[in-house]
Design a protein around this ligand. Structure first.
Ligand SMILES: [Zn+2]
Length: 293
């Protein structure tokens, strides 16, 4: 069996898997934003009693995942942990670690029914914007872990709406259309603090909020067109709390139909539910055992 662990900014989930089947699952609040240094201890405590039942650990983690360490981009340049070694050494098991959106992409590719081809791109529009790319049956990755970070592709914006991104560039799609960015811009429009959930739940009838969401959907569609030009994929799986919102998804799908013909592709919703990252990480580990890179 495999221990799969999904490390996100809000929660840390873990599961004991037999193939694709979850035998046991548990979840705790994440410590990343409160006390990053305590993350390895929290993860080890969460799964330690499964140690003797498993022969490997598969981790899906937010951030810039390299072969040796994870850089937590949003927490600054010093937020780096050698998670693979810390967890592997403590539990005496081999560890595979990939980005969480990459894990979700692999789950959709391996188990979803979106495409008959060998290329698929998953985009999550949630608190941030992330992605995973499978190109010709291979998960796209690189040594410094900064591949398929689709939230940092810059998109067209009218001059008066320039948005600065935490990565140092302007008009990254994450700085415009992520849940965090939507809440920030809506707060400015409304003159009081609102969350992204409140924007969609309470303010969608207002013309100025409709215009904001329309601009955000334009940004995501611009990203989709760029991804099409880079990968040639015929299918984008759009997930995340914003990406799955029916108001937002309807806007995106309508705008994709208005793209020039070569950019039009199928925008699908994820097949997998909340365990996509866990199952994707475990399946990817199994894949690397039979197809060593
Ligand atoms: Zn950026």
């Amino acid at each position: 069996m495999i221990i799969a662990i999904d490390i996100g900014g809000t929660k840390i989930a873990a599961a004991l898997l037999d193939g694709n089947e979850i035998v046991s699952r548990r979840e705790i609040d994440s410590v990343i934003h409160q006390d990053l240094a305590s993350l390895p201890t929290a993860v080890i405590a969460l799964v330690k009693d499964w140690q003797n039942q498993a022969n490997a650990i598969a981790i899906a983690c937010t951030g810039q995942v390299t072969p040796d360490e994870v850089k937590f981009l949003s927490l600054g340049p010093d937020a780096v942990l050698p998670l693979k070694a810390l967890i592997g050494d403590a539990l005496l098991l081999p560890v595979t670690i990939i980005n969480d959106a990459a894990a979700a992409a692999w789950a959709e590719y391996a188990l979803g029914s979106h495409t008959s081809g060998d290329t698929l791109v998953y985009i999550t529009v949630s608190t941030g914007i992330g992605g995973g790319i499978i190109q010709q049956g291979q998960l796209v990755s690189c040594n410094d872990g900064f591949s398929a970070h689709l939230g940092h592709i810059s998109v067209q914006q009218p001059q008066q709406y320039t948005q600065h991104c935490a990565c140092g560039r302007n008009n990254c799609v994450e700085a415009i259309a992520s849940g965090t960015a939507i809440a920030k811009q809506a707060t400015r429009i409304l003159g009081h603090q609102v969350s992204c959930k409140e924007v969609f739940g309470q303010y969608c009838h207002r013309a100025d909020i409709i215009a904001l969401l329309d601009r955000c959907a334009d940004a995501v569609v611009d990203l989709i067109a760029s991804v099409k030009a880079i990968t040639g994929t015929d299918c984008i799986v759009l997930g995340g709390s914003v990406g799955l919102n029916s108001t937002f998804l309807t806007l995106v799908k309508r705008k994709v139909l208005n793209l020039p013909a070569v950019y039009r592709l199928n925008v699908a919703s994820p097949t997998m539910e909340k365990n996509a990252d866990l199952i994707g990480a475990a399946l990817y580990h199994a894949h690397t055992q039979t197809n060593p890179q």
